[in-house]
Structures are given as C-alpha cells and as structure tokens.
Design a protein around this ligand. Structure first.
Ligand SMILES: Cc1cc2nc3c(=O)[nH]c(=O)nc-3n(C[C@H](O)[C@H](O)[C@H](O)COP(=O)(O)OP(=O)(O)OC[C@H]3O[C@@H](n4cnc5c(N)ncnc54)[C@H](O)[C@@H]3O)c2cc1C
Length: 332
C-alpha cells in the first residue's frame, strides 16, 4: 500500500484536481491497514478508477483510493477480472476468445471495477447482463463482501454499488459461447443498412469495429477533447407529464419502456434549448452530441456544475423534465 500526499486526481474533464491523500492498493492483505488509516484521518473517501466519469474539485480534502488489481483468470464458465483492468482491453480480450456479449460495449472508457457502479451500457447492451458477481471490501466495516448479480440491484445507469463504502476489487463475468449478435439498436441497424452489410457475414469482431466507428463519429476522444461522456442520464417518466407548449411531442426522442413509462432522449432536449444558454468560457456543448459537455482544459468543477445547472434549469422550465447528472460529482 502506497500513501501519497497532495496527489493529482486524473480525470478526463482535465480539471486540475489534487487529493490530500492518495492511496494505491494492490493487495487484499492491505485493506486492513487502509481501514485503520481511514478511521484515524476521518476524512471523506473516494475510490478512483480511470477518472472518465468524475467531476472532482480543485482540492479534495480527503482520501482518494486507487485499487490496482490487474489479474484476469478464466475458471470454468466464468472469468474473474481485477478492478483496474482497462474495460476496452478486457472487451477485446473476450472478443479475441470468441466470447459473446461484450462487443456492443466496445470502446467505453474506464476500468472494469467502475463498470458495475453505473451499470455501463451502450448500443442495446448493459454490463449487468454479463456480470455474475462483484467482489468488494467495505472500508468502514473492514469486511469483504461478495454481491450476486441480483444483490447489485442493477437498473438504467444505476446500481446498489453507487455511493457506498465498497471498494470493488474483482468482477466475475459469465462466459457465453453463443454466437448470437445483438443488432437491434437503431444506429447499428442504420449503419448496416447504409453500408449494405450482409448481417450473416457479421461476427463479434466486425460488430465491435462497427460500434467503434459509430462511437468515434459521435463522441469526442477524451485524450483530445476533455469530457466525461454523457453528462446527463436520459430521463424516465410518464409522457403526459412533459410540458410541450410551442413544440410538438414529435420534436422529442422518446423510447417507450412500457404502458406507463418512457425514456426521453436528453440530447434532443438540450438541442432544443441550447440557444437560451449563457456562454461559459471554459465549458461547451459538443457539437456532434449535445449530451456531452466538453472543456478547454481550464474548467473548474464550479464552471462545469454552473453550466450543467443552467441546462437543468432551462430544460425543467421548458419541458417540466428534471435532468440528472450522470458522472460522480466529488464533494469535500
Ligand atoms: C468519451 C466517453 C464515452 C463514454 N461512453 C459511455 C457509454 O457509452 N456508456 C456508459 O455507461 N458510460 C460511458 N462513459 C462513462 C464512463 O466510461 C464509465 O462510467 C466508466 O465505467 C468509468 O470508469 P472509470 O474507471 O473511469 O471510473 P471513474 O470515473 O474513476 O469513477 C466513476 C465512479 O465509479 C467509482 N469507482 C471507480 N472504480 C471503483 C472501484 N474499483 N470500486 C468502487 N467504486 C469505484 C468512482 O468512485 C466513481 O463514483 C463514457 C465516458 C467518456 C469519457
């Protein structure tokens, strides 16, 4: 276990952020010591992955814990993966082994350990469909906990693992050898139609390539343009509760979930109000995808949250819809 003081919190929004204490932990036997340190210091704690879905403050007067577990072990019909393995590296590893189900989640930035937290999802797949169990350590109670898929209580961009005292150090995935591809998502369908691709010629590798192409066209590379992916969740609500006024319901993007609830495309809501926003000199809406906020590497947490709250206020006034921030906002 390595304890560093005043250490940088790396984040894809490129906020200049420092944590009072930064602890790297690469061995389960050290968790006991970590528990004692956290108890003595009595400061807020944040667990860090690769920092692609956080909004940190300039100074986090707390303890940032960085797990460093990188094993990948195949056991019968399961694969056990250390929390700090890069997600896309792992996806490619599974594709190369012809293991099905991961290809639609290609190119999502971040670590394996963070994937269950918000139940990462894209292109018609969610990681909750692949997880068998999640192995964690409770740094407050000093105990190890193994959660089954069901106990994680996964839902859209959410799980029971959010805002807890749990450090995920290993995720166990089921191995599925079926060759059935998930091509239902509308942008995959459009890509196949537009490029006259024979569906029968597709395999996991080719589907992954298609998804990477679609993603690269629509989403900014955080290594070049600072961002944290979608900044807001797509709200789920009753269509009748939406205020339409001068618009038509057809101006919105709506995915019906059941007889009562629909998921509303937040990007379109932002598109429709973005000309009402005051300009922020450090934070902007990405021109190819309005759900993504980008920065010029000079933005502070406040700049980003102020801009986001302007968007939330105007969307609420216009549509009576509350937008929830997707990344974790780290507070002191
Ligand atoms: C360009 C771009 C595109 C994206 N596209 C998608 C997408 O398509 N779908 C999607 O779902 N997300 C997407 N995201 C969001 C992001 O990729 C995911 O949320 C990812 O899982 C974050 O991983 P991370 O390791 O960077 O986590 P971090 O940003 O470091 O942390 C995120 C949260 O997880 C917690 N956490 C991290 N590791 C652990 C651990 N080991 N134990 C306990 N808690 C932990 C943190 O405390 C924090 O609350 C995108 C982000 C970017 C920048």
């Amino acid at each position: 276990m390595k304890i560093l003081e005043n250490h940088i919190i790396i984040n894809s929004l490129k906020i200049k952020s420092v944590s009072s204490y930064y602890i790297e932990i690469d061995n389960l036997t050290c968790f006991n010591k970590l528990h004692d340190f956290i108890n003595i210091k009595d400061l807020p704690v944040i667990i860090l992955g690769e920092g692609t879905n956080i909004v940190p403050p300039n100074l986090f007067n707390g303890i940032a814990v960085k797990p460093s577990f990188t094993q990948i072990d195949f056991k019968d019909n399961f694969v056990e993966v250390g929390a700090s393995v890069n997600w896309n590296f792992f996806v490619n590893h599974m594709i190369n082994k012809n293991i099905n189900g991961f290809e639609n989640l290609s190119l999502i930035p971040g670590s394996v350990g963070a994937a269950p937290i918000q139940n990462i999802g894209a292109y018609g797949q969610e990681v909750s469909n692949l997880i068998e169990e999640v192995h964690c350590y409770d740094y407050k109670k000093n105990i190890f906990i193994k959660l089954t898929n069901e106990q994680c209580n996964f839902s859209y961009r959410d799980s029971l693992l959010k805002n807890t005292n749990l450090i995920i150090y290993k995720v166990v995935f089921r191995i599925n050898n079926s060759n059935k591809l998930n091509l239902n998502y509308h942008s995959i369908q459009s890509y196949i139609d537009d490029n006259k691709i024979d569906k029968d010629s597709l395999n996991q590798k080719l589907l992954s390539k298609i998804i990477c192409k679609i993603r690269n066209k629509n989403l900014p590379d955080p290594n070049i343009i600072p961002n944290a992916g979608s900044f807001f969740k797509n709200p789920i609500l009753k269509e009748n509760d939406i205020k339409i006024d001068n618009l038509s319901i057809n101006d919105l993007v709506i995915w019906k979930l059941d007889n009562t609830y629909s998921k509303i495309g937040a990007a379109r809501l932002i598109d429709l109000i973005k000309n009402k926003l005051n300009i922020n000199e450090n934070v902007f809406i990405y021109d190819k995808h309005s759900l993504v906020l980008i920065t010029n590497s000079k933005a502070s947490q406040n700049d980003i949250l102020d801009f986001a709250s302007q968007i939330q206020d105007i969307v609420f006034d216009t549509f009576n819809i509350t937008l929830e921030i997707e990344p974790t906002v780290i507070i002191n």
